[in-house]
Design a protein around this ligand. Sequence first.
Ligand SMILES: CC(C)(COP(=O)(O)OP(=O)(O)OC[C@H]1O[C@@H](n2cnc3c(N)ncnc32)[C@H](O)[C@@H]1OP(=O)(O)O)[C@@H](O)C(=O)NCCC(=O)NCCS
Length: 208
Amino acid sequence: MINAFFASEVVRVSRLFSQDLSIDPTKLIFQPFWETQRVKNFDCGVIELNDFLNTDEVEQYQKNKLGQTTLVYYEGEVVGYYTLSNDGLRIDYVKTTKGFSKLGEMRINQIPGIKIGRLAIDNKWQARGIGRSLIQRIAMKGFDTDHYGDVACRLLIVEAKEQAFNFYKKAGFQFTYKSRKEKSKLKHRGTRTMFFDLWELDYLKSIR
Ligand SMILES: CC(C)(COP(=O)(O)OP(=O)(O)OC[C@H]1O[C@@H](n2cnc3c(N)ncnc32)[C@H](O)[C@@H]1OP(=O)(O)O)[C@@H](O)C(=O)NCCC(=O)NCCS
């Protein structure tokens, strides 16, 4: 029997998998970025995210093992990219969230997760469901230890830009506790930390 809390969580998280795509997601091709590769003319409308890919910044991240970038192709064109690394979220940021309060009683400082350092879709390809397909793919990586190796991973973590808050909310992400630091980030940088609890996918699987 599903209680009210889990029922609402299931509805929220199921949204990640229900969408009307105007592309064929089986035709998306994922390629790890290699160091000497050059991508030109990528434009997602956010200068910082364009520059990351159009300059050698992406290469520096790759070389120094600070972030692994994956290029996403559709019909031979780079339509998007994402950059991932390992991260963790301090327990105080989530312990007021249902499902985490018990963990707050354990002697742990951080909840392990995958950090989505960057995620962007080219202007021409936005609003066709590609962004959400990428979140699905990243979530399945973290959820499935066969893909991620024998490493525990509970969260997807993102430092979301204000303009993308609703995109992440629609994909099932939540804001962390609004600490003083979070308030200051929102005011000065227009970003907030958001997370997706991969344990909810486990729960979804168990009731299918
Ligand atoms: C934000 C971004 C990644 C979304 O990717 P996308 O492929 O355009 O999004 P999708 O088509 O998969 O949209 C999925 C859902 O989110 C909604 N959505 C997408 N972008 C949104 C936004 N900026 N604000 C509110 N809702 C948004 C869509 O309407 C859709 O909702 P629906 O399921 O009700 O139809 C993309 O628009 C982008 O690269 N923007 C510029 C860079 C950026 O802001 N990156 C995020 C950095 S944190």
